[in-house]
Structures are given as C-alpha cells and as structure tokens.
Ligand binder design. Sequence first.
Ligand SMILES: *Cc1c(COP(=O)(O)O)cnc(C)c1O
Length: 368
Amino acid sequence: MDKEILYENLNKSNLEFIEEYKKEFSNILDSGWFILGSNVNKFEEEFSSYCNSRYCVGLASGLDALSIALQNFSFDHGGEVIVPSNTYIATILSIINNGLKPVLVEPDIHTYNIDPIRIEEKITSKTKAIMVVHLYGKCCEMDRIMEIARAKKLIVIEDCAQAHGASFEGRTAGTFGDFGAYSFYPTKNLGALGDAGALITNSEENYLQTKILRNYGSRVKYHNELIGVNSRLDEIQAAFLRVKLRNIEKITLHKRSLAKIYFENLSDFYIKPVQDDRFYDVFHIYNVRTHLRDKLKAFLLENKIHTEMHYPIPPNEQQAMKGILDNQMTPLSKEIHGTTLSLPISYGNTAEEIYRVCEIMNKFASGN
Ligand SMILES: *Cc1c(COP(=O)(O)O)cnc(C)c1O
C-alpha cells in the first residue's frame, strides 16, 4: 500500500526544530517580554544579513509589508501601480488599500514573472510605482525592470513572499528596488508558526520611517508623528524565525534537490519551469502546465498524491474585484491559471516520494 503524498505537512516540516522552538518559547515566557524586544532586533539583523540588505523591519504579515512599503511614499490617491496579473490577491490588495489603482501587466509565459517588455506600454503620467512579484521562488528580470524604473523615476517594491534566498545575477530578492516585502506565513520557505512578515531596504530613511509606521506612527511612546498602523512582529514568532533562519540553507537545498528530480525525471509531456543560470531559484512552488490539468490532478489524487493550484482564479476574475479590475483583459494570465499544477516540494517531502510522483505523472502522460 502506498502512503499518501501530501502537498504540505507542517508537523513533518517542523519536526526537527521542535525542541529548539520549545526552548525559545519557554525563554520568552520566563522573560515576560512579548512585543518588540531582543528577538525581533536580532532577527532583523540576521535576516537583513542573510538578504545582503542594510536594514530589515519585522512586521505582522506579508500583506502588511507590501501595504506599509507603499504607505512610506504617501502617493496621491488615484495614482497607478504596475503589478503582474498572475499574482496572489495580497499584492493587489496592498495597492487598493493605499487608495491606488492596480494596473495589470501580463507575465512572460515562460518565467511566469512580469514581462519587462509589457511594463513600458502601461506607464502613464499617473504611474507611481512598479510592484514586482518573484513568483514561485524565481526572481524577475530585475536588470531590465530597474532600467525602466530609473528612466521613468518610479518606485520599485518587490513582493518576495515566495522568494527567500532567491537571487538574480548574484543579487538577492528584495535588494534591487526601494523595498523587499517578505511573508513568513507558515508554509513559506522561511515559515513562522503563525503570521509574520518583514520589509528589507537599503535606505536609512525608508527604514526609520517604516519602524515608526509599524508602531502607531510613534517613535517615542505616546508621541504620534505619522498616521501609522499596528503591525509589529512579536517576540515569539521572531524567536521561532531565528531558529528557522539558521536552517534556511538546508531547507532551500532540499527543495532544490526535489526540483532536480522533477527536472530529470518528468516527461516532456509537461511544460516545466524554465532554467537559466542567471537565476538562483528556491522553488517555493514547483509547477507544471498541461491542458489536461484537471484530469491530471484527479488522476494524481486517485494515486494518493496531493497537489495545489497557484492559482485557480486570477485576481481580475475574483468577485471582490468587480468594478476594480474586471475591465483589464489578461489572456496569458488566464492561460496559466487554467493549466498550472503545483507538485509536492515541501521540506517534509522525501526524494522517494518525488520519484513516485514522477512515475505516476509519466504513466498519465503515456496514456494521454
Ligand atoms: C503569501 C503571499 C503574500 C501574503 O503574505 P501573508 O503573510 O499571508 O500576508 C503576498 N504575496 C505573495 C506572492 C504571497 O505568496
């Protein structure tokens, strides 16, 4: 009897860290200090060092990181922000929540990331910023994007929620633009045991202002200089994240080794991710595409293999976006959403499991 191959099993992925988590939790309980303390400070130092960035500010979630990045610039309402059409809804929400207008740009069908060629044609006199997303753990083509941004004097914010440790031409995700926004949602490559996020930046001004914004717009207690929010990373999550961060290299290498098995063993019946030496990919997601996606997903499930879709419905077809995005046509994005399937590639998955996924997928390929 073959065992179930889960897409993600957080008990399994966290198993080897449990003793350390317990020790950290107990230390914090004893300390009686829960918000903005030594663990947050140390995590910020350690994470910015890991990213080769000058500064990091711990926040409550990835969505908050994106929203607060935009909030730093106080753009006039109605300003436009360029954003890929095939992203998670959070990227779009951060723009809307700042009173700005998301302008969708289609991805490159090979990399699934925003297509630099298509950015320029969407820039108007109202464009304020480009928000790129390093989707699935692969960086965008940041050289070309930064060139456009510099020429047009646009702010660049990078959504790095799926790209911890990913790089392009040796430079880490989040260090090209004005801000890199990270999520540490439990299933991300660097996952907490609850919600958490962070912004990284090389600008001292951005750094200092973000620290004020996350804490009610206050630098000195009860003195509020800015309209801020409450988006503080808490000590417990910061301590858990420090444990994980010490192991991120191992987690990334494990995921890359599973991706290698897919690359080497999966039938060419499937469209696999592109490989290019300029990119160091961290495979938050390993997707394939096929027009038989739904049939394949069902076949895999019959064989006890669980998969996901990132994402089944594009942002501009979501009910919440009626009247906001529904006049923006995105055929390429629609094609990706209709054909993509995400295969198991968790830290908790074993090589044997991935060989089995390949075997069952190749069986499906030869029968179709
Ligand atoms: C997970 C994710 C987010 C949001 O992060 P949260 O921590 O859940 O708020 C934003 N963008 C992308 C691309 C994501 O995958």
